[in-house]
Each structure stands twice: as structure tokens, then as C-alpha cells.
Design a protein. Structure first.
Lengths: 112, 115
């Protein structure tokens, strides 16, 4: 399976931007880059996804490198509620079925 | 309704018991998934169902038996589990597009303890 590499942990201050990096050097041409986050005691929650172009939604922005070997999730103003484990995932096809294989993720701590 | 509902929320079972976990969604999604998550670890994929048929089994032991009786329901039957099977079991669903550009919706999980 294609792999992603993320820092184990990052820290941010409230109301400051946060840039969460992800390396995915083995990405194939048709793999989508997905980000999910998991708040304590909850199931994972979708954040954003992209293929080649940068993407924005109400939660975050996703910046994808031109060679697609890395990406960065940007939280524009971190809040205490953004403290979670953030997973960068390459969504792949196997036997015609889609699957999400989680990497180790980055635990984000937000300081007040 | 964008919810995936899992029941029960907590389950304690003995090693000789038989129990089932239930997952339900009413979003018309045709792909459904079971994941297992140990404490402080990422979710691990167990099974993928596509159009009610098992399409991916990630070499899961036979004491875990999935079932998809219809497009809204996904069950995980448990039998003769071991204490190391204690974990959070997560269900997820997504539209079946085969194009990898759809989001998955996760339930809150069932916290299973095997004694």
C-alpha cells in the first residue's frame, strides 16, 4: 500500500495558522490525497481531499506540491476544538473497491 | 442525515461468548467498512463491502465474521475472541464511485472489552 509520512506531533497557539505536512513520495497518478482528523473519543472526521490543485473548504486548505510527493494541510486560525490527531491518507483502489489506509498521523496540540 | 450509527457503544464479553456489532447508515452509500483501533494507534482496515458484497478482507481472523444484510446495515459477528481483540471498532460508509474522490463517514465506534 502507498505510504504517508507525518510528524508524530505538532503544537500551535490558538488563533494562529497551523501547517501540517505530509510526505507521500510513492503516490501514483490517480491517488487522491485525503485528510481526516480524530478528536478524542470520537470516530475520524473528513477534513478535505485533493488530486493536483490546491483546495479550500470551510474547515481547511490543502496545498499540494507540483510533483504531488508532498502536501500540507492548513488550518487558518487554530482553535482549541482543532486539537486532534490529523491523518494524511492516500485513497486507493483494490479490486475495484476504494479503501482508506491510515498512517500514524500527527497529534496537534493547541495552546490557549 | 449524514450519520453512521453504531450499536452498542460499549460491550464487554467473555472469551466464549458470541456477540454482534451493528452499523447503520441512511445516506444511500454502497461502500461500507469495518476498522479496528487500538489505544493510541491509527485505525486498521478490516473489511470492505461494496454493493453488499465482501470485496476486501485484510487477512482478519475468522473469529470476526462480517455480514451486510442490506445496503443500510453492516454487522460484525464476534465469537471466541481473545483479550487482545479489545479495541474500538469503527464502521464507515462512502458513496461507491470507484474514483477515490469521495469522503467517508465514520461512526463513533463500539468500545469492546474481552474478558
Amino acid at each position: 500500500d502507498a505510504k504517508t509520512t507525518q510528524p508524530n506531533s505538532m503544537e500551535s497557539n490558538e488563533e494562529e495558522p497551523v501547517h501540517l505536512p505530509c510526505n507521500h513520495s510513492t503516490i501514483s497518478g490517480t491517488d487522491y490525497i485525503h485528510w481526516y482528523r480524530q478528536l478524542p473519543s470520537q470516530g475520524p472526521e473528513y477534513v478535505i481531499h485533493g488530486l493536483t490543485s490546491n483546495v479550500n473548504n470551510r474547515m481547511a486548505s490543502l496545498a499540494i506540491a507540483e510533483d504531488r510527493k508532498s502536501s500540507t494541510l492548513i488550518l487558518h486560525r487554530a482553535t482549541l476544538r482543532d486539537a486532534a490527531v490529523y491523518y494524511c491518507i492516500l485513497k486507493m483502489l483494490e479490486g475495484g473497491s476504494e479503501k482508506l489506509v491510515f498512517g500514524k498521523g500527527t497529534k496537534l496540540t493547541v495552546n490557549p | 442525515d449524514t450519520e453512521v450509527t453504531q450499536t452498542p457503544k460499549h460491550l464487554v464479553m467473555g472469551m466464549t461468548n458470541k456477540k454482534s456489532l451493528k452499523c447503520e447508515q441512511h445516506m444511500g452509500h454502497r461502500a461500507m467498512y469495518w476498522y479496528k483501533q487500538k489505544a493510541k494507534k491509527p485505525p486498521e482496515l478490516m473489511f470492505v463491502y461494496s454493493y453488499e458484497k465482501l470485496s476486501i478482507n485484510e487477512s482478519v481472523p475468522s473469529r470476526f465474521s462480517p455480514e451486510c444484510p442490506n445496503s443500510s446495515l453492516l454487522n460484525l459477528h464476534l465469537h471466541a475472541l481473545q483479550p487482545e481483540d479489545s479495541a474500538l471498532y469503527l464502521c464507515a460508509s462512502s458513496q461507491r464511485t470507484g474514483r477515490r474522490n469521495t469522503e467517508a463517514f465514520f461512526g463513533q465506534g463500539t468500545r469492546l472489552t474481552v474478558v
